[in-house]
Design a protein around this ligand. Structure first.
Ligand code: FAD
Length: 326
C-alpha cells in the first residue's frame, strides 16, 4: 500500500491539534499522490474508542492503526510505526513537529534507515513524489528536498500544517499487535506538566505585552509578566523565543502562531520580522521597545521607544502600579 502515515497524539479522549494538522496535510497530499492517508494511535486506556479513532476520517485519514502501549512517549510509537510501515509499505511518514514528533521521527529514521527532513514548512507533490520545503540560513532561503528510496520521513515545524475538516467521513480502524522493544519500556511518564501561561487565552486579551529574543533569557519574561499583571493583560511571544523554550508555544504570535488584534500590543525586544508582523499588525496601538533605532518594528509602531528593555520595562511597571494605586 503506497501512502503517507502520520502519528496522532491524544490525551484524555482528545487529539492534539498539531497532530491533526499533520493528518490534514497527509490527507491532501495522499489524494494528489493517489495513495492512502493513514494514522497511528497508541494508548493504554479505554479512551481510544472505535468512534474516536474513526473520527480522524474528518481530517482526511482513511485508515487508523490502533496499538496498545504507553501514550506520550517516543520509543513505543517508533516500534508501532516501524511495524506498520514494514508490513504495509507506506512511502512516507509525516509529523506535525513538536518535541514528540521530532523524537519519534528521528527514531523511526534510524530504525528504518530512512531519509529525513526536519523543520519543514511546506510539502508539495512533484512528479509523483513528495518534496519538502525546509528554510535554511536563518530562514533566509528555502531548500527543496525529495527522497531517494522509501520511506521518506518529513517532520514539520510546529503548527506548519493547519488542521481542517475535509468532511470525508469515518476512517476504518484496525488493531495492531506490536511487541514493544525492551528499551521502549524503560522510560515511564510520571507526570504531565502544565505549561506556564498555557491557560491564558491571548486571542481575547485587550492588552498584550509581547517578548522577543531581546529579553536575553527565559527568566527575562518575568519583566513582561510583571507589566502584563500591572496592566491587566496577558503575555505573548515571538517564534524565536518559543523555539528556544523560553515561553510556551501557546503564546506565539505570527504566521505560524496566533493572530491577535488587541487594543494595545507592547513589543519588547522584538525585531519585527514579517512573519511576526502578520500576526499582530491589526492591533489598535502598537508600542515597541528596542535598543536598535533601525529595528523594522519601528516602521509599523504607533510609538517607538529606543532603549534597553531591562531598564524601561520595570520603570513602566512601577509607573502603571503607581497610577493605578493613586
Ligand atoms: C516560515 C516561517 C514562519 C515563521 N513564523 C513566525 C511566527 O509565527 N512568529 C514569529 O514571531 N516569528 C516567526 N518566524 C521567525 C521570524 O522570521 C523571526 O526570526 C522572529 O520573529 C524573530 O524573533 P525576535 O524578534 O524575538 O528575535 P530577533 O529577530 O533576534 O530580534 C530581537 C530584537 O531585540 C532587540 N534587543 C536586544 N536586546 C535588547 C534590549 N536589551 N533592549 C531592547 N531591545 C533589545 C534587538 O535589537 C532585536 O531587534 C517565522 C519564520 C519562518 C521562516
Amino acid at each position: 500500500m503506497s501512502g503517507i502515515l502520520t502519528y496522532v497524539l491524544h490525551y484524555q479522549g482528545e487529539f492534539n491539534k498539531n497532530s491533526l494538522g499533520a493528518v490534514t496535510e497527509a490527507g491532501k497530499l495522499a489524494k494528489e499522490l493517489g495513495g492512502e492517508a493513514a494514522a497511528v494511535v497508541v494508548g493504554e486506556g479505554d479512551d481510544l474508542t472505535d468512534d474516536l479513532c474513526a473520527s480522524l476520517g474528518k481530517y482526511g485519514a482513511t485508515k487508523v492503526y490502533r496499538a496498545r502501549g504507553p501514550e506520550g512517549l517516543a520509543q513505543p510509537v517508533v516500534d508501532v510505526m516501524a511495524k506498520v510501515i514494514e508490513e504495509n509499505g507506506y512511502d512516507y511518514a509525516l509529523f506535525g513537529g513538536g518535541l514528540l514528533g521530532f523524537e519519534i521521527g528521528a527514531g523511526l529514521t534510524a530504525r528504518l534507515n530512512a531519509g529525513v527532513t526536519m523543520e519543514v514548512t511546506e510539502v508539495k507533490v512533484q512528479d509523483g513524489k513528495l518534496v519538502a520545503d525546509r528554510p535554511i540560513l536563518q530562514d533566509s532561503a528555502i531548500a527543496e528536498v525529495d527522497y531517494v528510496g522509501t520511506p521518506g520521513i518529513i517532520i514539520g515545524r510546529l503548527n506548519a500544517f493547519e488542521m481542517a475538516e475535509s468532511g470525508d467521513g469515518a476512517a476504518s480502524v484496525e488493531d495492531v499487535e506490536v511487541e514493544l522493544s525492551d528499551w521502549s519500556t524503560k522510560a515511564r511518564m510520571i507526570e504531565r506538566g502544565e505549561q506556564r501561561g498555557a491557560d491564558v487565552n491571548i486571542e481575547d486579551a485587550d492588552i498584550l505585552v509581547a517578548g522577543g529574543r531581546g529579553l536575553g533569557k527565559a527568566e527575562g519574561f518575568q519583566l513582561c509578566e510583571d507589566l502584563a499583571d500591572a496592566l491587566g493583560g496577558a503575555v505573548a511571544a515571538t517564534r524565536a523565543v518559543v523555539d528556544a523554550g523560553w515561553y510556551p508555544y501557546a503564546a506565539q504570535i505570527g504566521q505560524t502562531g496566533k493572530t491577535v488584534a488587541p487594543k494595545l500590543y507592547l513589543a519588547a525586544g522584538i525585531s519585527g520580522a514579517i512573519q511576526h508582523k502578520v500576526g499582530m499588525q491589526s492591533s489598535e496601538n502598537i508600542v515597541a521597545i528596542n535598543k536598535d533605532p533601525n529595528a523594522p518594528i519601528f516602521e509599523f509602531s504607533d510609538l517607538g521607544i529606543v532603549g534597553d528593555l531591562n531598564k524601561i520595562l520595570p520603570k513602566l511597571t512601577e509607573a502603571v502600579k503607581a497610577k493605578k494605586g493613586g
